[in-house]
Design a protein around this ligand. Structure first.
Ligand code: SF4
Length: 184
């Protein structure tokens, strides 16, 4: 399963994994730290065997506590060296830099490694999935839907998609094969 970052949700990635679905998708950029000139989460490396992070200053962020937020179990890490750190101004405006780690974070790291190994998958996704929407918009002459209310618009969109799919099958297999498939 290849998706864009808009579909990134840890719980759903976990559900896919548990269902045997291999996911490839990029992480959304939710932190403002890099934009503000501060180290990003990617600058901190997790050491699984020690259950600690290493920060850009080479210090260890040790495990502090575990809590549950919005149904997710999170572990919290920080270093005691932040107060005397020479590069603290590039890291945090607080007393110390905290890193929170979801209990299934290793799965998200695995998904990221998968993406790193096949970066072309996102281009393939765009070519495959975005193209039908562009075609549908062109058929609609880049204007709004003709109907109103969710139920009606949903029906109108379904008809567009049905027409697209029929035309696509006809161009790939031909009308005869399509009719035979429908009859079967
Ligand atoms: S402020 Fe703390 S976490 Fe950040 S680089 Fe310095 S020691 Fe590491």
């Amino acid at each position: 399963m290849v998706a864009d970052r808009g579909y990134y949700k840890g719980e759903e990635i976990l559900a896919c994994e548990e269902s045997g679905i291999t996911t490839v998708l990029p992480k959304p950029k939710t932190s403002n730290n890099p934009a503000n000139g501060l180290f990003g989460r990617g600058d901190f490396r997790f050491i699984p065997q020690d259950n600690e992070y290493v920060c850009p200053a080479g210090e260890r962020l040790i495990w502090r506590f575990r809590n549950i937020e919005k149904g997710k179990t999170l572990d919290c890490y920080w270093s005691s060296a932040c107060q005397s750190c020479a590069i603290k101004s590039q890291c945090t405006t607080g007393q110390h830099r905290r890193i929170r780690r979801w209990e299934h974070e290793s799965l998200l790291e695995k998904v990221q490694r998968r993406l790193d190994h096949c970066p072309e998958s996102m281009r393939l996704r765009r070519q495959t999935v975005e193209h039908p929407f562009g075609t549908l918009k062109a058929w609609m002459e880049y204007t709004h839907f003709l109907t109103k209310t969710l139920q009606n618009v949903r029906t109108e969109m379904s008809l567009h998609v049905l027409a697209y799919n029929l035309k696509r099958v006809m161009s790939l297999l031909g009308v005869t094969a399509l009719l035979e498939a429908i009859a079967a």
